[in-house]
Design a protein around this ligand. Structure first.
Ligand code: IMP
Length: 190
């Protein structure tokens, strides 16, 4: 079957297609959806669910969506659902990292995790898969691969940040990969 992924991000689409081998993953563009999908909630799960339900309600197509946040223990889970716009609506990763490092300047507890929720809707039924990667926030940026907070996130068991990893290395351990793999396993029966 065709499964709409609520994104036009080429990296996310190819990561999902590599994992879900028995179905065809298509993008928002492929179904002529040019809407700004709503993300109005205060939790990562609700935002992912909202995007998938928007697509199901409007198009009645089998679909899934993802939403991710960086949760920092010493900041009670912030930036969390606000990760993309932590330093403002300009959604600038450099500004976000600068603000996060500033807010943790005097903090010794550097523990953090990436948290992804994937919500799948098949024939109107909702399924949910989650993925996490634990790590720490470094004191300065290192590396120039990846995106978002990668230069200041060092996964547990590694001495390098996610921005110092190759895309393959990162995909193997990533939060989104973990959630997508759970969905992929579930979809083997469909
Ligand atoms: P999204 O839900 O995938 O759009 O992610 C929301 C925000 O979380 C992004 O804008 C990034 O700031 C951050 N983020 C998500 N995934 C990653 C990642 O793999 N590395 C670094 N930052 C990420």
């Amino acid at each position: 079957m065709d499964l709409v992924f609520a994104t036009n991000n080429a990296g996310k689409l190819s990561e999902a297609q590599d994992i879900v081998k028995n179905h065809k993953i298509i993008s928002l563009k492929d179904i002529n959806c040019f809407d700004d999908l709503p993300e109005t909630h205060e939790t990562i799960f609700e935002n992912a669910e909202e995007k998938a339900m928007y697509l199901w309600d409007k198009y009645h197509l089998n679909c899934f969506s993802d939403d991710t946040g960086l949760e920092v223990e010493a900041l009670n889970g912030a930036p969390g659902v606000y990760s993309a716009r932590y330093a403002g609506q300009q959604k600038n990763p450099e500004d976000n990292m600068r603000l996060l490092l500033e807010n943790l300047k005097c903090e010794d507890n550097r523990k953090a995790r990436f948290h992804t929720e994937v919500v799948l809707i098949l024939d109107g039924k909702i399924y949910h898969f989650e993925g996490y990667v634990n790590g720490i926030i470094t004191r300065e940026k290192r590396g120039n691969q990846g995106f978002g907070y990668d230069p200041i996130f060092q996964p547990e068991g590694y001495k390098i940040t996610m921005a110092e990893m190759t895309a393959d290395e990162k995909n193997k351990i990533s939060h989104r990969g973990m959630a997508l793999k759970k969905m992929g396993k579930f979809l083997l029966d469909y």
